[in-house]
Design a protein around this ligand. Structure first.
Ligand SMILES: Nc1ncnc2c1ncn2[C@@H]1O[C@H](COP(=O)(O)OP(=O)(O)OP(=O)(O)O)[C@@H](O)[C@H]1O
Ligand SMILES: [Mg+2]
Length: 277
């Protein structure tokens, strides 16, 4: 890969659900090797859809990329299957921190190494790394994942992604439903993985305040379009971002406690209805 070519490039991607609903409208973004890039936006902006488009998971939701291309490590990946990505070093942690509830923590982690072919010793090294990053998981290694707290389940989901020895992790709403202190704890670990292990991240987040403290660059998605992007420091100083996403008025004062908490969230139920979370 050339020095100027990003590790991940989403180029003018359009996504349609059910052959009818146009949800992403020419979204472009780039994640450089070693970057931590945030994808910000309110409910329904298209953050998860973007992540699923990159991870080739749209088909399960009757969605498809109808225009544009997605290039990872110099190769188009939008025509590959979802299972082809982990061996190429691209892992996804889906929104809602999915863990296998009846499997133990360690069994969940080992599932993440399923596609690896570099031997037991290398997998054991990855397990050590996960336990060093998340000592709580080591303490709960034999517990069923379904009994973990929300924060521990998020750690387990991130740990499982790490077990694939990724170059890049797509992380959808790691802060969702977690106390601010735990959000910082998790973001600190992501920063360490970025700096010490060289893992690149694309983070979808409604919690702009937290994401902009840790990301190097961010894109703001509204109604399926990128409306703003830039360095994290310049976005933190942008009056529109401050007013709409950081809850700050023109004098930099907090106007409400937590912008993410101020908006009602909705979840898609298997019976096909939206409900407030
Ligand atoms: N399977 C689906 N079928 C039809 N429309 C969908 C489907 N999944 C999502 N959508 C629609 O696509 C749009 C973007 O949804 P998406 O989940 O990508 O948003 P988001 O930015 O991740 O929101 P949130 O912050 O609530 O997670 C929404 O209008 C949503 O209603
Ligand atoms: Mg989402």
């Amino acid at each position: 890969m050339s020095e100027t070519q990003p590790l991940l490039a989403v180029n003018g991607v359009e996504v349609v659900y059910d052959r009818a609903a146009l949800v992403l409208k020419s979204v472009s973004l780039a994640v450089p090797e070693g970057g931590v890039v945030a994808l910000l936006g309110p409910n329904g902006a298209g953050k998860s859809t973007t992540m699923k488009a990159v991870a080739n998971l749209l088909r399960a939701d009757r969605g498809e990329v109808t225009r544009g291309s997605i290039v990872y490590d110099g190769r188009r990946i939008d025509r590959l299957g979802a299972a082809d990505l982990a061996p190429r070093g691209l892992s996804l942690v889906m929104e809602g921190r999915h863990c296998f509830a009846s499997l133990s923590v360690e069994e969940n982690l080992r599932v993440g190494a399923f596609t690896r072919r570099d031997g037991r010793a290398a997998v054991a090294d990855s397990l050590d790394l996960v336990y060093r990053c998340f000592p709580r998981l080591k303490l709960r290694r034999d517990s069923p994942a379904g009994l973990l707290s929300g924060g521990e389940q998020q750690m387990c989901a991130i740990g499982r992604a790490l077990m694939a020895k990724p170059r890049m992790i797509l992380l959808d709403e790691p802060s969702m439903g977690l106390a601010p202190q735990l959000v910082d704890e998790i973001f600190e670990i992501l920063r360490r993985l970025n700096r010490e292990e060289g893992v690149s991240f694309l983070l979808a987040e409604q919690n702009a305040a937290a994401a902009l403290r840790y990301a190097t660059h961010a894109y703001l998605l509204e109604n399926g379009r990128v409306v703003l992007d830039g360095g994290a420091a310049s976005l933190r100083a942008d009056p529109v971002v401050q007013a709409s996403y950081l809850g700050l008025d023109a004098d930099g004062r907090q106007t409400f406690r937590d912008p993410a908490a101020a908006r009602p969230r909705q979840r898609w139920l298997c019976c096909g209805r939206w409900r407030p979370e």
